[in-house]
Design a protein. Sequence first.
Length: 346
Amino acid sequence: MTQSLTITRPDDWHLHLRDGDMLRAVLPETARHFGRAIIMPNLVPPVVTGEQAGAYRDRILSALPGDMTFEPLMTLYLTEDTDPEDVAAAHASGLVKAVKLYPAGATTNSASGVRDFDKVRPVLEKMAEIGLPLCTHGEVTDPDIDIFDREAVFIDRVLDPIRQATPGLRVVMEHITTRNAADYVRSQDKDLGATITTHHLIINRNHILVGGIKPHYYCLPVAKREEHRIALRAAATSGDARFFLGTDSAPHTDANKLQACGCAGCFTATNTMALLAHVFEEDGALNKLEGFASKNGPAFYRLPENPGQITLVKQDAPVAFPEQIDTPDGPVTVFDPGFAVHWTVA
């Protein structure tokens, strides 16, 4: 029997589109279902000024197929040389919706990130003054900290001290992966939200390592123990408005994933909404999916909800999603959840 669910058109509050040929190939996979997305600025070179963000937005819109509507929400890459006044001007113009903090070396194209947090304090203070959110990649990069502990240590050593020292700073903890992070969000009463990815609701570290290494499940922050995946599912399906969808969908060609030092990232733009319907139904929370995917994010970013809707349909036969997206740079593998999916967007 067919089952359907109609929700406000969703947004993606953490998305990688890359540039050039890759941008043109993957953008339709997001624009097909999502009204807007927070666009990550970690290009090479990174998007660090308002002028660069405007140029990148124009390239995104130029790559958008004529029959699709989509609004890229631009961000700036925080460096130790970021000019607070340029940030304020880009925000005042309506162009920039957030600034992204990458600890140097934490993930893909993060070499220009922050090492000395005292050097970015003037920017953070300006952001608190004007209400511009800080999006954080929440991991420390100290070589003596185990990769599975880097998120929890970041909260204690970096995030909480920044928030204590900068009252009023609005922060999004992006792609949280641990119970520690979910608990920290719940412990705060204002100015803090968190995005959760599709793939972190589905995989734990066993999926990456058991029975052979699965490069297409390797991402940063890396998936953690099962207890943390369960905690993320509880947060996402709870209805708590502090948690919202940020896919962190990250296209890498198979050639760059399947090598001795492969790239981190899962490409989920194509099937995210279907996978989320599966997860929320499995947890008895289909009535909470619209809040997570369509309402909580706009509320945090102080933006209106999208005017349109999408309808998710559950069918008897499993849905055959494409295994790959072909790009001029090479194929990009679509995230495979490892189970049959019966939901699709009509």
